[in-house]
Design a binder for this molecule. Structure first.
Ligand SMILES: Cc1cc2nc3c(=O)[nH]c(=O)nc-3n(C[C@H](O)[C@H](O)[C@H](O)COP(=O)(O)OP(=O)(O)OC[C@H]3O[C@@H](n4cnc5c(N)ncnc54)[C@H](O)[C@@H]3O)c2cc1C
Length: 583
């Protein structure tokens, strides 16, 4: 039974080239990056996470984080503190952060590889740096220079961690009803009071300081999302000389008992528990907290998309090893009494190939979106920036929702390949499935992603953005000749026709409910078409290389056998809201 993790650097490297990492790293904004070092950096990161962080995955699940209600402290599982210290020491947290504050300033495309590798090694561990990076990204874009000088360098180095405090008992998907209050003080600070729930790494023992970014409402703020502001609220107040001063009034009242990610403490945080309120400072403009959140949302959603991919990869590596070892039944054509490893059975092969090809498809969709985010922010010319901003906006809900839905299905196949041993905890296959489930829920549930796609993204530039996307796919399909990829081309052409039909329906429908009733199957159709197109592109690029046969095998399976399940969704997309009515 293998619980090891081997970073799939071959496929990662091929995908980075496919989505133009060398060109991105050559942009003026990345002049400080030595592109030639990237493969070595990734290999070294892979080694660190596989050797130091991955072995803590099981103990993290079994022991979990623990809360002490007397002291309001949280203890992480054995080994986490030491591994985090090594992570900080090695400087891994700083790879993509701004060089101005001590970061490496690498493209986001490289950052996504880190996120994939870190989450594959240990999702619970990775959630802490992921949240910290989201918080620093927000501070960099919106905080005053004074706040940045205090918080950014030590958050980027990992010496301090960050949280995102949005959710409240009554405010989950609907953040407009947030109640946490922020009272302005004479010295320019604010006093915050209220309760936040589900706050990832809201309290822990990995670092002394935790920097909370909190959404709250000032007195007389407008109702709804237009009255929400963002505040930085540190666990310890920071003295003028940078040392930690008095304890701020933030308390972790409890942590949740969850179905997975047990090592990652999910905290109920009380601000102003002692009465006076927690001291915080405004980040960005008053009442523009949601705008600030949106600036980091695309990056964060791609980070969560990578979590779906990551757990699928871990489950597949383990299932593949198990299928090669477990003897059961006889392979056809072999003598009686000769037992075969289950990998010899066609049904097990089908499961393994489904896992492998979906993992590759997810990786391509996620990395393509990350590359567009880089180009939207850093391309030299305005037209390229605009084009990729639109593309990233369209692809982000696909990457987030489809990769996390598919990631969960892949972990379920991992359990299936283990048979009964998959259902018992000993093999670790069940942990991947339990851990994978959360990614479909947080950072905007997958239902909310589908609404974002249909409600906002389809209408961008009067439908021009999605039309351009389809035109690009059509043009690439036309260039594929009648060789071994012809059947994949034809399957994608059928999916494209279905997507165009569904898009025309959604554009013409007059009832919002009719459109939203088909949003999730539409997101799946569009995702499979897009991911299939990127798989086809990979196969074309692999022609004549030693990757050709392998890439053709997974591309053909994905396009010819899985994409048609997306194509078949048109009736679900166009059925309308009445078909879902309760009787
Ligand atoms: C382990 C964990 C870690 C988390 N970490 C953080 C964190 O660090 N910071 C933070 O702020 N939050 C965090 N969250 C909270 C998370 O972001 C929310 O759980 C999520 O946004 C969904 O909100 P909810 O749970 O209130 O579900 P609800 O909003 O009540 O949704 C329930 C269901 O209804 C659907 N739904 C809701 N509204 C609509 C609508 N208008 N149309 C269609 N369908 C709808 C949803 O898609 C979902 O299926 C975490 C949650 C968990 C479980």
């Amino acid at each position: 039974m293998s619980l090891d993790y081997t970073p799939p650097l071959d496929d990662i490297t091929a995908v980075l080239e496919q989505f133009g990492l060398p060109g991105i790293a050559a942009l003026a904004d990345f002049a400080h990056v030595d592109a030639e070092t990237i493969p070595d950096v990734l290999a070294e990161a892979g080694r660190f996470f596989a050797e130091t962080v991955a072995p803590l995955n099981v103990v993290g699940d079994r022991v979990g984080s623990a809360h002490d209600p007397e002291t309001h402290t949280v203890t992480t599982p054995p080994g986490f503190k030491e591994a985090y210290a090594q992570y900080v020491e090695a400087g891994w947290g700083a790879v993509t952060s701004s060089p101005e504050y001590g970061g490496g300033g690498f493209p986001f495309l490289v950052g996504v590889v880190f996120e994939e590798i870190m989450s594959t090694a240990n999702l619970s561990f990775g959630m802490c740096p992921l949240l910290s990076q989201g918080a620093t990204r927000l501070l960099e874009a919106h905080a005053s220079d004074d706040l940045k000088a205090v918080y950014m360098p030590r958050m980027i180095s990992g010496e301090w961690t960050g949280t995102m405090c949005l959710t409240e008992p009554d405010a989950g998907s609907d953040l407009g009803v947030i109640r946490t209050k922020a009272e302005p003080q004479a010295d320019g600070s604010y006093r915050l009071s209220g309760t936040k729930i589900f706050i990832t790494f809201g309290e822990h023992d990995l670092t002394d300081q935790i920097v909370h970014l909190v959404l709250a409402r000032t007195p007389d703020a407008p109702v709804g999302t237009k009255g929400i502001s963002c505040f930085v609220v540190p666990k310890f107040l920071v003295e003028a000389d940078g040392t930690l001063g008095a304890r701020n009034d933030v308390a972790c009242l409890s942590i949740e008992h969850k179905m997975g990610t047990n090592a990652s403490p999910t905290c109920v945080l009380s601000f102003g528990e002692e009465g006076a309120g927690a001291t915080g400072w405004l980040v960005g403009e008053l009442n523009a907290g949601m705008v600030a959140m949106f600036t980091m949302m695309n990056h964060a959603r791609i980070g969560v998309a990578a979590e779906g991919l990551a757990l699928a990869e871990r489950a597949w590596q383990q299932a593949r090893a198990y299928a090669a070892e477990r003897l059961q039944g006889r392979a056809s054509g072999t003598p009686k009494g000769e037992r075969a490893p289950i990998v010899e059975h066609p049904d097990v092969r089908r499961m393994l190939l489904t896992m492998e090809s979906e993992i590759q498809a997810m990786r391509r969709l996620i990395y393509a979106t990350a590359a567009s985010i880089d180009l939207a922010e850093h391309a030299d010319d305005a037209e390229t920036r605009r084009e990729h901003e639109e593309r990233a906006a369209l692809l982000t809900p696909l990457a987030k929702a489809w990769s996390t839905d598919t990631g969960f299905e892949v972990t379920s196949l991992g359990v299936q390949i283990h048979g009964g041993m998959g259902y018992v905890e000993e093999t670790g296959a069940a942990q991947h499935l339990r851990d994978a489930r959360i990614a479909m829920i947080y950072e905007g549930t997958n239902g909310i992603q589908a609404m974002d796609l249909v409600g906002r993204k389809l209408g961008m530039r009067g439908g021009g953005v999605v039309a351009d996307h389809f035109a690009r796919i059509r043009s690439d399909l036309t260039a594929v000749g009648d060789g071994p990829l012809a059947a994949s081309r034809d399957a994608l052409a059928a999916a494209l026709a279905a997507a165009e039909e569904a898009t025309a329906y959604l554009a013409g429908v007059t009832s919002v409910d009719d459109a939203l009733a088909g949003a999730t199957p539409y997101l799946h159709l569009l995702s499979m078409l897009t991911a299939g197109h990127l798989m086809l592109q990979s196969a074309v690029l692999a022609a004549g290389t030693d990757r050709e046969a392998g890439q053709q095998r997974t591309t053909r399976f994905f396009c010819e056998q899985l994409v048609p399940t997306g194509t078949a969704l048109v009736p679900s997309i166009t059925a309308g809201a009445d078909a879902l009515a309760f009787v």
